[in-house]
Ligand binder design. Structure first.
Ligand SMILES: [Zn+2]
Ligand SMILES: [Zn+2]
Length: 184
């Protein structure tokens, strides 16, 4: 079982500088090798197909990977809770190196003359996911009283005076700082 994410780079590392174009489609995380994320509203299915297009360029002791990764994501609208689908399209520009030294925390490692583009694609896409997507920019959301989808229908609901505000008013009256403004 060979993964298209695993790219042999022995020749690139020997002939510096040289380049290799890499392009493939592959599941986001079919082997489930990445830790499951805590329940999140926007995510990428493990089977979702990622498009990877990067150019690997060698330098002494490493490679730079520059290009694009794209993956479809799914989520729910923050206003009306309808399902939302989108495409994350992310520019990547990362280093792979033989050994990490000081200042090399933000790099990936070359292992046994291979680079693994899966963690790179995974990290780049997850960072690009919208936290609170909208089904459309002008989504009107749900009525907070009757729950009707206000994109599809209208209702006659009037927002009542919230009893919690009355309690807050009482607290403000009891606060000596606001006494002056409440007299009169
Ligand atoms: Zn919506
Ligand atoms: Zn309503």
């Amino acid at each position: 079982m060979s993964s298209p994410y695993l790219v042999p780079v022995a020749r690139l590392l020997r002939d510096v500088p040289s380049t290799l174009e890499v392009a493939f489609d592959a599941p986001f995380d079919e082997p489930h090798e990445f830790a499951p994320r805590a329940p999140v509203e926007t995510d990428v299915f493990p089977e979702a197909v990622v498009n990877v297009r990067v150019r690997l360029e060698s330098f002494i002791g490493g490679l730079r990977a520059r290009g694009h990764v794209e993956a479809p994501w799914h989520g729910v609208c923050r206003r009306c809770s309808a399902p939302v689908l989108g495409l994350a399209s992310v520019a990547v520009n990362e280093r792979f190196i033989d050994e990490r030294g000081p200042g090399d925390e933000e790099t990936y490692l070359i292992e046994h003359d291979f680079v693994d583009l899966a963690p790179l694609a995974h990290d780049a896409i997850l960072l690009d996911l919208p936290l609170a997507p909208l089904c459309r920019s002008d989504c009107r959301g749900l009525c907070c009283i009757c729950g009707i989808d206000r994109n599809e229908a209208t209702c006659e609901c009037q927002a009542p005076l919230d009893p919690r505000w009355a309690t807050l008013d009482g607290l403000q009256l009891a606060n000596p700082d606001s006494e002056g403004s409440n007299e009169g």
